[in-house]
Ligand binder design. Structure first.
Ligand code: PEP
Ligand code: MG
Length: 651
């Protein structure tokens, strides 16, 4: 159980440090007399304004429960720590002439990200009272304009080119120059001038946050035992969290199957995402009870809520102890059919958890962690060291290493520099993601292949290609693989007689429907149901606004899983599921009934899934799957799945 924590750095007196521009905590609370600029110039996207609009902070001090999306189970009781309060760290930095292009590209990416955020804020205005909308809309319009070909942007670009400044420094200097010019203007409306100068600074701050936060946000100063609060947490941020220090995580944005959610589950941190209005409702130093399994956060809990939280925490610990006892038992059905239950790995820090969970090897290594929170690309040695640690840490039980799946929500800003001049395009999830990017930059693939081949001498490994949609991508990757094999052999490296097989992620409807053709090129399939559901249903897996539509039990998704599984089984080719579906015990009867015998999931899910497998009978599963596959209504499928009782063979 995570215990109550001492008050955070904001302290019990409710005073926090000043922001970069010296704005006080008062302005952040929306109490400033200056009006609209302070409401949005507070680094919290107008959330304090929304709080005020919704009732002048009437809720402050009162217990408040907010329901979000359950992400990672466990109960945390502690003091909240709002990451939005931490100013972006942007030390002054000069660059060389050779870095100008890259710096311009970083600025462009930050402008694009800022524009996206501002349009999202605009879209959300609709939930505010009319008066607040009238006040905020023109301000957001002004922000959008400033993110166009404004003086700020033109000036910042010029400073990068002419003064050889980093993008952050250029933005900062230009914003200061513009704001000073505004403040010195001859105008009696001093409040108006201050307001305009504040708007410039706010946009500069947003750009700086976008330039610095992703991949370089530090959580070192978060007081131990805190519940971390964020507007949005990127996968790279999640990779920086220390589960022994952070009691829980709560964020306004994010869906259940986004990569951030996956990381949080992997780290075993009790977490809830998609909590609407969370940042508004907080006050500094608030206590909270977060229940990751129920998907709730209670702010300022009264004695009853605190007692309930403690009780839930004890119950969770007992359940974990009970499940821990399953570790040494085999994953075998009542009629003797064996299931392979493997773990997904996001970062090597998970290895002890994977061992504890009783996983039969690692069914998916997401190698993106090697590219996060760093500048420049990892070399072959860095890859080799990481893979060696994983292969040795799993006692040769078998490790499936997926080559880099860059792009989409996994955009790693730190990596952007290393893979210039490519950009994922206006719609990154449909752009240069996964294998598409790797085939454009084969040297990235070559480095990973070489490191994997070297590590194959230490244990059983397989290679997995992400985001494949056509058979040719596999054959092209195989050509590169063959070349690297020769090169590595020439270097004198001894390779095992049986080289690591080359498998394919089936994670787009295109790949699933062409699975029979792709199977001819591939050595095995891993069905990535997270992306498969996203692309099939046209629902961004990390987008809170449409998370209710994200449904891996939608008949379209199930039919694609069935089609791909059958294509593999016809060729007697190994096939597994490694999306989040695999870790949901309720879905195991259906997946087994569709013919799957290998599942890879977040390590903490293994005991519950194993418990389910041990209660099942294969014939019942097959009958049940036939029944489910006859349905066309997603709700009816949900109902059948939820009501399936192992041993009774009915749903
Ligand atoms: C998937 O898409 O289901 C998958 C396992 O890959 P990722 O979640 O890393 O995109
Ligand atoms: Mg995927």
């Amino acid at each position: 159980m995570k215990t109550e924590a001492p008050p955070g750095p904001r302290g019990a007196d409710g005073k926090s440090a000043e922001t970069r521009d010296g704005k006080s905590a008062g302005a952040r609370d929306g109490k400033s007399a200056e009006g609209r600029e302070d409401r949005l110039a507070d680094g919290r996207d107008g959330k304090s304004a929304k709080a005020e609009a919704r009732g002048k902070g009437a809720r402050r001090g009162r217990e408040l429960t907010i329901k979000g999306i359950p992400i990672s189970p466990g109960v945390a009781i502690g003091t909240v720590y709002d990451t939005a309060e931490a100013p972006a760290a942007a030390p002054r930095r000069n660059i060389t002439a050779g870095q100008v292009e890259a710096e311009r590209a970083r600025l462009n990416a930050a402008i694009a990200a800022s524009r996206k955020q501002v349009s999202k804020l605009k879209a959300r205005l609709a939930i505010l009272p009319e008066e607040a909308q009238e006040e905020l809309e023109p301000l957001l319009d002004a922000y959008s304009m400033m993110l166009g070909e404004s003086r700020l942007i033109r000036g910042a670009r010029k400073r990068i080119d002419a003064e050889l400044l980093s993008a952050e420094t250029a933005v900062d200097d230009e914003a200061d120059a513009i704001a000073n010019a505004i403040l010195q203007a001859r105008d009696d409306d001093k409040a108006g001038l201050r307001r305009r100068a504040g708007e410039v600074h706010e946009i500069a701050r947003r750009l700086t946050r976008n330039l610095t936060e992703s991949g370089f946000r530090s959580f070192k100063d978060v007081p131990e035992g805190s519940i971390l609060i964020a507007e949005e947490l990127t996968p790279a941020d999640a990779a920086l969290l220390d589960p022994s220090r952070i009691a829980g995580v709560a964020a306004e944005e994010g869906g259940a199957d986004g990569h951030t959610a996956i990381m949080l589950r992997a780290l075993g941190i009790p977490s809830v995402l998609g909590l609407p209005g969370l940042a508004n409702a907080l006050s500094r130093g608030d206590q909270a009870v977060l229940d990751g399994g129920a998907g709730t956060i209670v702010l300022r809990p009264g004695p009853e809520a605190l007692a309930a939280g403690r009780e839930a925490s004890v119950a969770y610990a007992k359940e974990r102890t009970r499940l821990g006892k399953l570790r040494r038992l085999p994953a075998i059905t009542t009629d003797g059919e064996e299931m392979e239950l493997q773990a997904n790995l996001e970062i090597p820090a998970e290895l002890p958890l994977i061992a504890q969970a009783g996983a039969q090897g690692v069914g998916l290594v997401r190698t993106e962690f090697l590219f996060m929170n760093r500048q420049g690309l990892p070399d072959e040695e860095a890859h080799y060291e990481a893979y060696r640690q994983i292969v040795e840490g799993t006692d040769g039980a078998g490790v499936t290493i997926r080559v880099l799946d860059w792009g989409g929500e996994k955009d790693m800003e730190a990596l952007a520099e290393g893979i210039e001049p490519f950009h994922a395009g206006p719609n990154p999830a449909l752009g240069l993601r996964g294998i598409r990017m790797l085939l454009r930059r084969p040297e990235l693939l070559e480095v990973q292949f070489a490191a994997i081949l070297r590590v194959a001498a230490l244990g059983k490994v397989r290679i997995l290609l992400p985001m494949v949609t056509i058979p040719e991508e596999v054959s092209k990757a195989r050509e590169i693989y063959d070349r690297v094999v020769k090169r590595v052999r020439r270097r004198g490296v001894t390779l095992p007689e049986k080289l690591p097989p080359l498998g394919v992620m089936i994670e787009t409807p295109g790949a699933a429907l062409a699975a029979d053709a792709i199977a001819l090129e591939a050595d095995f399939f891993a069905i990535g149901t997270n992306d498969l559901a996203m692309y099939t249903l046209a629902v961004d897996r990390a987008e809170v606004e449409v998370s209710h539509l994200y449904d891996p039990l939608h008949p379209a998704v199930l039919r694609l899983i069935q089609f791909a599984t059958e294509a593999a089984l016809r060729l007697r080719m190994p096939v597994s599921v490694c999306g989040e579906m695999a870790g949901n015990p309720r879905l195991v009867p259906l997946l087994m009934g569709l013919g799957l015998r290998s599942l890879s999931m977040n390590a903490s899910a293994i005991p519950r899934v194993k418990q389910m497998v041990r209660a099942l009978n294969v014939d019942d599963c097959a009958r049940f799957a036939r029944r489910v596959m006859e349905q066309s209504d997603p709700l009816r499928i949900q109902e059948l799945v939820m009501n399936f009782v192992p041993g009774e063979g009915k749903g």
